[in-house]
Design a protein around this ligand. Structure first.
Ligand code: ZN
Length: 86
């Protein structure tokens, strides 16, 4: 997978902006399993630190995606043959 992280000066008004309007901050190409593992573990750590209530207080617009996290965990463990600790 190839990812690109771009910075938009005003995130609230940039949802519909084309990618080219954002300043390219970094790019990376990684195996799907590696990226999936990193996203999964970051979400688990976010939940551990903030909890669902703390997450909602901090981000306000959306609750923590608990169902999506469990779906990602299930798919990752079933399809990625990951040997790292979870
Ligand atoms: Zn993993």
């Amino acid at each position: 997978m190839h990812i690109a992280i771009r910075h938009f000066p005003d995130m609230m008004s940039s949802f519909d902006a084309p990618d080219e309007k954002g300043a390219l901050m970094c790019t990376s190409t990684r195996l799907r399993a590696f990226l999936t593992h990193a996203v999964l573990m970051a979400a688990v750590e976010t939940l551990r630190i903030h909890g669902e209530d703390g997450y909602l207080q901090k981000w306000q617009m959306h609750p923590f995606p608990t169902l999506e996290l469990e779906a990602l965990r299930h798919l990752h463990l079933a399809a990625d043959d990951c040997t790292l600790s979870h």
